[in-house]
Design a protein around this ligand. Sequence first.
Ligand code: ADP
Ligand code: AMP
Length: 219
Amino acid sequence: MNLILLGAPGAGKGTQGKNLSEKFRIPQISTGDILRANVRSKTSLGLKAKEYMDKGALVPDDIVVGMVSDRITQEDCTNGFILDGFPRNINQAEVLKNTLEGMGMKIDHVIGIDVERKELVRRLSGRRVCRKCGASYHVIFNPPVNIGICDSCGSEIYQRDDDKEDTIEARLKVYEQETFPLIEYYTKKDLYRSVNGIGTVDQITKTIVDIIEKGNSNT
Ligand code: ADP
Ligand code: AMP
């Protein structure tokens, strides 16, 4: 099963992607995580991407599209994958469609996680992430047991630079202008289902699983 998780920054794509990856035993592919790993290890791709990420802008399509095309041809994607943070605009969606068609594959479901703007800002500004395993926490909604330490791997937890106030605003604007049109794009293809992103993490996972397994909609 090939799944896309859509939603604004902070909607819970990473959080839900992790649960769905465990449930369906397929990898979660977060373009944000791959880009941040490249920034950390100072690859040429990472150095190029950083200037866009720091501003909250989208990294150019040719960089991101190449990265995803490489990733989905890896062996662990044979039974499917969960795209988290990709596609982010219509061009990326079109390239993805053509790439998958060339491989005899297609997208099966596009799940949009709906969260109002005020809550997105609350979630992004309180988000903390593990430097090593990428586990996501929230200072109020989902704090780690020991402050600053990851529950899963014991590494340091930090605040992403782009989760600071000014960059949050820029990223939400980019979402509205560039990513939001994908809802109509995938609705026309009859692939899109939206879920209410307010509720406990497990409740939302269950709603998504129901949609995937039974075709239930929660719009
Ligand atoms: P995205 O990947 O869409 O940017 P994340 O999954 O990283 O979003 O979630 C953003 C923040 O919101 C994180 O701090 C996470 O712990 C928190 N969060 C995720 N899902 C929920 C939820 N259902 N209720 C409250 N907080 C949540
Ligand atoms: P995320 O972790 O999904 O919030 O992404 C963090 C940042 O990485 C974004 O603000 C963009 O700069 C960049 N990024 C992630 N995914 C994409 C994508 N599909 N296209 C372009 N830029 C991306």
